[in-house]
Write a protein that binds this ligand. Structure first.
Ligand SMILES: [Zn+2]
Length: 410
């Protein structure tokens, strides 16, 4: 064994276990392992699970708040305009530095699987992508990172973006992104979705989009996206993020769309930092900016949650990247009050995210990749309640962070 974690408290198991790691994989799990190892780590009865998954973050935008003007109305379209000003000044090095800082932070919180959107449009061209690609290279020993080419400004209302999207995928973006609601008219939203699937088919890629990120009950792009996924045969390779309009639909139309989402085996990502802006045009009571999380889960849809934004023009003050903080927000926003629902919440931050990233061998079992986190809490419930430090984070069988900080020599 290269590493043994002793006295680990695993989920759904009463006794403590030792976890033996060899060659970057989990080699054994036993109540008490008698062999020694080159390195040992005593978890001392603390919660030990597969590492967290961050399925939706914007590494290119993070940590730009200090250069962004204020948005006194907090209206979404104004934040997009603010970020247009900010990203005009991006350099590859600037993006790479900020993204690297955020990745280090995420790893400290126990995240070792990351999917990040990266803006691709006629304002930034491929600079944001090149910056995040450089950060990914610098951090390749810390985490597995996939990038989503993201046409934040729309494709048909920002002419030239279609060519840039193709170039982005050729240059290293792993996933085809989209934002069909950004288009000016529904016909173009449909063409936007069609374009994404053509690109996905040509390069054999998954699709993940920002969908209906609005309180507008007339938004229809989740419906169109799910139907297109079914028609294209892209079942299980599609993810829809936000879909907040779903919460604004009447119940019968919402049920129809959820059934199509389930039929497409489409995953969903809910972003609770959106609580800061949900129902921003409402008087009172305000909508919460969350999709129908509990109904989607009840329909068997794979739902994960993510951070989305960290101190940028969308969320200038808050955001850490800690999945326990984000889950805490979601628990209140979606009213996860029972102990059982808190276990579901932890699944959303781990296994459900891994399913989006299509890592079938992810988990805490023999043969799985040794990507683990030791949380300084005795249980999942206490982890969310107290959001304690992560005592150790393991990636590819090596300790990459201790007590919240990346350690370069594992
Ligand atoms: Zn986002």
């Amino acid at each position: 064994m290269d590493l043994i974690i002793r006295n680990a408290r695993l989920r759904h198991r009463d006794d403590l276990a030792d976890i033996g790691i060899a060659g970057g994989r989990i080699a054994a799990i036993a109540p008490r392992m008698t062999d020694g190892a080159a390195k040992e780590l005593d978890a001392a009865g603390r919660l030990t699970t597969p590492s967290f998954v961050e399925p939706h973050i914007h590494l290119d935008k993070a940590l730009t708040a200090e250069r962004a003007r204020e948005n006194p109305t907090n209206v979404f379209e104004e934040s997009i305009a603010i970020m247009r000003e900010v990203k005009r000044a991006y350099t590859v090095e600037d993006v790479a530095d900020r993204a690297t800082r955020v990745i280090h932070g995420l790893v400290g919180y126990g995240v070792t699987l990351i999917r990040s959107y990266v803006d691709v449009d006629t304002i930034v061209g491929l600079r944001a992508l090149d910056g995040v690609l450089a950060a990914r290279e610098r951090c390749r020993h810390l985490a597995r990172i996939e990038l989503i080419a993201f046409p934040q400004e729309g494709i048909w209302c920002d002419p030239g973006t279609d060519e840039l999207m193709r170039s982005a995928v050729e240059r290293g973006a792993d996933v085809v992104g989209g934002m069909p609601y950004a288009e000016m008219i529904e016909r173009d939203s449909d063409r936007h979705i069609d374009f994404a699937f053509e690109l996905a088919r040509r390069f054999d890629r998954d699709v993940q989009m920002h969908v209906d990120e609005t309180d507008d009950p007339g938004a229809r792009t989740l419906h169109a996206y799910a139907v297109k996924a079914i028609q294209a045969g892209w079942h299980g390779r599609v993810t829809a993020d936000h879909a907040t309009a779903l919460a604004a639909y009447d119940d019968s139309y919402a049920a129809k769309v959820i059934a199509l989402v389930a039929r497409a085996r489409m995953s969903m990502v809910v972003l609770p930092t959106k609580l800061m802006r949900g129902g921003v045009r409402d008087k009172e009571p305000r909508r919460r900016g969350l999709t129908r999380v509990r109904e989607l889960l009840a329909a068997g849809v794979n739902v994960a949650y993510g951070q989305d934004v960290i101190q940028d023009g969308f969320l200038p003050v808050f955001g850490t990247g800690d999945p326990l903080q984000v889950g805490f927000l979601l628990a209140f926003g979606a009213q996860f009050s029972s102990r059982a629902s808190i276990e579901t919440l932890y699944d959303m931050a781990t296994v459900n995210g891994a399913r989006i990233m299509r890592r079938p061998d992810y988990g805490l079992e023999v043969g799985a990749p040794a990507d683990l986190v030791v949380v300084d809490a005795p249980s999942v419930q206490e982890a969310y309640r107290t959001q304690p430090p992560r005592l150790a984070v393991i990636h590819d069988g090596r300790v990459v962070a201790r007590n919240g900080r990346v350690v370069e020599a594992g």
